[in-house]
Design a binder for this molecule. Structure first.
Ligand code: ABU
Length: 499
């Protein structure tokens, strides 16, 4: 009886459990849909950026329920088309909503190959090419920062890179923290500007440092950290018995695109013996341009840097580098656990190529290939031209905003972030009325709703400090032309004229 059920259970094992020919045919058709709908139409300026549906209606339309029986290929392909149809086309030349956009064919090819090879970037044995490639790409990014040596790792996003920095800086100062935990440490203090990315506060919560121990340093009118205020905050924290250990400066703040003065901040850090981390997730790519890299002057004095090529370099989500000046193996000591099923000590090759223990992750996506392939395709010069083109788009728009009635810059852009209000005719000349600012604050959300329901474009808005809602327009895609920029302002005017 036992033998019979054993044989029964093994019946059919002489053949593959699927039909490879049918699988290949489906893939060919799916790639056709991908190329036609997601790539060609998704980047066609005459097509919509988004096809808005209310959540309940969309759920109904998509028939998301998972059932016991499978569906035929034609039905699945239709589902793929629907996924594209109702998804936002972030590669569309009129998608200005996020710090990432655009669809680069080389980078996309890199992503598709990475998906097809489906490996995990932890050991040389399972990712030989990508281990070597990651090392080369990280070294190139470090070189642009100004370091001839160092360490680093690609991480799942800029927030995680910032959290890695907090953990590594804490470990370097208090190595006992790794085994004994926070109970063995004094109350720590972290410093970052009040315009910095929210990942610093999230990181403080995640790492047990505590959000109350993140000191938000005042910024000037452009959103740059004021070094004298940093000094005061450090003194204050020390007087309260806390132990400062890390300052996070920002190059390219999320809303205003501000660059903190790194030289003066590095001086403060040196005086107090603090780790300087630079969150250049957004602004790091300006290092590629000889014209604009001065914005990050002093970055070489940082101990660590976050840089997201998936933002301005249009390589696709995600591609986030955590770069370290240290050459002593700090990353490995901080995060390494030496799991014997991955990092066996008796391997037949040089184990230093098993880089996956330098991170708190186990499985790790390959994020270097898309950037490497794009870099190979257009060279450092081509990347620099993209960065400069993005600056030029922002400059062009700023001049247009100043020239057009009803548009008002929040400030002159120093970077890509173009922040402005649109004042509809009904509010013009009413600046002294008591409800002017609260009424103006309702304009951007109303225009945003209209543009999304129409599907013509997407742009973000937010309040900032005492400023009511304003638009934050971002161009990173090299596909964007002057006509798209003109359309953008014309469309805001059309959509907001009657408000
Ligand atoms: N890491 C901040 C991204 C948010 C944005 O795209 O605006």
């Amino acid at each position: 009886m036992a033998e019979e059920s054993g044989a029964g259970a093994m019946a059919g094992l002489e053949h593959p459990g699927w039909d490879p020919a049918l699988g290949e045919e489906f893939l060919r058709e799916a790639l056709r849909v991908l190329l036609e709908d997601a790539v060609r139409k998704g980047t066609d300026v005459t097509e919509k950026v988004c096809e808005w549906r209310e959540p309940l209606e969309l759920r109904e339309l998509l028939d998301l329920e998972l059932r016991s029986c499978g569906e035929p290929p034609e039905r699945l392909l239709q589902r793929c088309r629907d996924v594209v149809r109702y998804s936002v086309k972030t590669g569309h030349p009129r998608f200005f909503n996020q710090l990432f956009s655009g669809l680069d064919p080389h980078a996309l090819a890199g992503r598709l190959f990475t998906e097809a090879l489906n490996t995990s970037q932890y050991t040389f044995e399972v990712a030989p090419v990508f281990v070597l490639m990651e090392g080369v790409v990280l070294a190139k990014l470090r070189e642009l920062v100004g370091w001839s040596s160092g360490d680093g790792i690609f991480a799942p996003g800029g927030s995680m890179c910032n959290m890695y920095a907090m953990n590594v800086a804490r470990f370097q100062r208090f190595p006992e923290c790794r085994s004994l935990g926070m109970a063995a440490l004094p109350r720590l203090a972290v410093f970052t500007s009040c315009d910095s990315h929210y990942s610093i506060e999230k990181g403080a919560a995640f790492l047990g440092i505590g959000t109350d121990n993140v000191h938000l340093v005042a910024t000037d009118e452009r959103g740059k950290m004021i070094p004298e205020e940093l000094e005061k905050e450090i003194q204050k924290a020390k007087a309260e018995g806390a132990e400062p250990f890390l300052v996070c400066a920002t190059c390219g703040t999320t809303v205003l695109g501000a660059f903190d003065p790194l030289g003066a901040i590095a001086d403060v850090c040196e005086r107090h013996g603090l780790w300087l981390h630079v969150d250049a997730a957004w602004g790091g790519s300006a290092l590629l341009s000889s014209k604009h890299r001065h914005l990050l002057a002093g970055i070489e004095r940082a101990h660590s840097v976050t840089w997201n090529p998936h933002k301005m370099l249009t390589v696709g989500l995600q591609c986030s580098a955590f770069l370290l000046r240290d050459t002593s193996g700090l990353l490995q000591r901080c995060f390494g656990s030496g799991a014997t099923y991955l990092f066996q000590r008796d391997k037949f090759y040089d184990m230093s190529y098993d880089t996956g223990d330098k991170t708190p992750q186990c499985g790790r996506r390959v994020d270097c290939f898309k950037l490497w392939l794009l870099w190979k395709a257009i060279g450092t010069q081509g990347l620099a031209q993209r960065v400069e083109r993005a600056f030029a788009c922002s400059r062009y728009l700023a001049e247009e905003v100043k020239r057009r009635d009803g548009f008002k810059l929040v400030m002159e852009p120093e970077f890509i972030n173009l922040c402005f209000w649109f004042v509809p005719p009904s509010l013009r000349g009413r600046e002294s009325c008591p409800d002017y600012w609260s009424s103006l604050g309702k304009v951007a959300p109303a225009i945003k709703e209209r543009m999304m329901k129409k599907g013509s474009m997407m742009v973000g808005y937010q309040p900032h400090g005492t400023r009511v809602n304003f638009f934050r327009q971002i161009v990173t895609s090299p596909a964007v032309t002057r006509a798209d920029l003109d359309f953008f302002l014309d469309e805001i005017e059309r959509l907001g004229w009657d408000l």
